[in-house]
Design a protein around this ligand. Sequence first.
Ligand SMILES: [Zn+2]
Length: 123
Amino acid sequence: MLSSTFLTLKMKIAPLIDIDDSKLDSILNNIEKREKGALVYIEAITRLGQIDRNIAIELLVLLVKEKLLIPTYKIYCPECRESSKKTYSNINEALKEGVCETCANDVCQIHDLNAIDFLFQKC
Ligand SMILES: [Zn+2]
């Protein structure tokens, strides 16, 4: 069951996005149960709601507008296919650091947004 705050939020965003009511419910319910600061991955929301990745991103961006989530970034190493444990609040900060925690590969030499993992954090 969603709290009244989340129900209000749902009523506000439901007309703006093409997601079944029950799927939107389960996604919002999942996000509501998480603690402040919890990381929210696009892939997890895609799987949870069984929705397209683009729709998941659309929903997450709406939740950013509603100040429920903030965007955050990790360094993704194309060499060992690991994401950093550390998160960054902006892309430049991540690119500046740009070294893989696992294999020390200089991710920034790639100069590529593929070296960045886009995710969200609960406010
Ligand atoms: Zn690596």
